[in-house]
Design a protein around this ligand. Structure first.
Ligand SMILES: NC(=O)c1ccc[n+]([C@@H]2O[C@H](COP(=O)([O-])OP(=O)(O)OC[C@H]3O[C@@H](n4cnc5c(N)ncnc54)[C@H](O)[C@@H]3O)[C@@H](O)[C@H]2O)c1
Length: 306
């Protein structure tokens, strides 16, 4: 199968690309390298260094003729979306519309879209299933969620099939450990440097941490399944930040303790997402235990330091 991945130089996208290549797909990547890295890109793909807002994207799609586009390219920084909602919308909404127009013009059969739990906002019940009310709390959550509606409408007007995947908290190798990166990347990096990580609040807040290779497997399952469907990609279980810290402490062999800080305003206390419908419709389930996922992640950060 011919697949084009937008954002394929990024954290999640590069793992999806690696798995696509491994399964024998002909893969191309479109990425402007704004947060992605050239060294993440699998050498067996055709790489286009382009912005999804540029006409060059349509040219790349016309040349590559993918059957499916997996769309991950996004402004994915919540804080940046609060500081600059216009740029967030230009990339996440207008950039996606340009992509959909290009797909419609080139006969792309399907778009698999990387959406987010941020679209739900604060959970009003647990586990959060796909029908949970959508009350995004940031411009990022809004821009990512709006695209889900465009996909539905484009299916009607242009016959482009789609599957929406709403990712929980993804962790694994290549995640940015600076700035706003995921908590696993930040903790692992800090512990390996011999620095105490900060925990905001009492650490008993839970999140649904899903390993990036399980996310890649779900994305590939969606190439052929889940048409017109929306699915959480999650473990279905909440894990406290304290538990996560203890696991990472064991794996890194660190003696350090975290430094507790007051909770941040607006922080959600409990969150995890149902995945039953995903398991059935995509014939997928998370395969990595927390210990396996964290071990591989720590190995990556250790290697990068060494
Ligand atoms: N990391 C998570 O836990 C998580 C959770 C839910 C959803 N997501 C979604 O998954 C996707 C990938 O996220 P990630 O964590 O790998 O982030 P990332 O920043 O590593 O990946 C985004 C990629 O898109 C590229 N990009 C950004 N703007 C672009 C543009 N205008 N044109 C072309 N390329 C552009 C970046 O260079 C980068 O390679 C995003 O759509 C994000 O919203 C991530």
């Amino acid at each position: 199968m011919r697949v084009l991945v937008t954002g394929g130089a990024g954290f999640i996208g590069s793992h999806i690309v690696d798995l696509l290549v491994e399964t024998g797909c002909l893969v191309s990547v479109a990425d402007n390298l704004s947060s992605g890295r050239f060294e993440n890109i699998n050498p067996r793909v055709n790489f286009y260094k382009i912005d999804i807002r540029e006409q060059a994207l349509a040219e790349a799609i016309a040349r590559e003729k993918p059957e499916v586009v997996i769309h991950l390219a996004a402004q994915a920084d919540v804080q940046r979306s609060l500081n600059d909602p216009l740029t967030d919308a230009e990339i996440n909404i207008l950039g996606t519309i340009k992509l959909l127009n290009a797909c419609a013009g080139c006969g792309v059969g399907k778009v698999v879209y990387a959406s987010t739990a941020a679209g739900y906002g604060n959970p009003s019940y647990l586990p959060v299933d796909e029908d949970h009310p959508k009350k995004p709390q940031s411009p990022y959550g809004v821009s990512k969620y709006i695209v889900e509606h465009y996909l539905r409408v484009y299916k009607e007007i242009s016959a482009i099939n789609y599957t929406v995947l709403r990712f929980a908290n993804v962790y694994g190798a290549r995640q940015d450990s600076s700035g706003e990166g995921g908590v696993v990347a930040i903790f692992a990096d800090k512990l390996l440097r011999g620095e105490s990580p900060l925990i905001f609040g009492d650490g008993e807040q839970t999140r649904d941490f899903i390993y990036v290779k399980d996310v890649a497997a779900a994305s590939i399952a969606a190439l052929r399944r889940g048409d017109s469907g929306t699915f959480n990609v999650s473990t279905g279980a909440g894990l406290s930040v304290n538990h996560l810290f203890r696991e990472l402490k064991k794996i890194t062999g660190s003696e350090l303790e975290p430094v507790y800080q007051p909770p941040r305003p607006g922080d959600i206390t409990q969150s995890y997402m149902a995945n039953e419908s995903t398991c059935v419709s995509l014939a997928w389930k998370p395969r990595y235990s927390l210990a396996e996922g964290l071990r591989e992640t720590v190995e990556f950060y250790r290697g990068r330091r060494g």
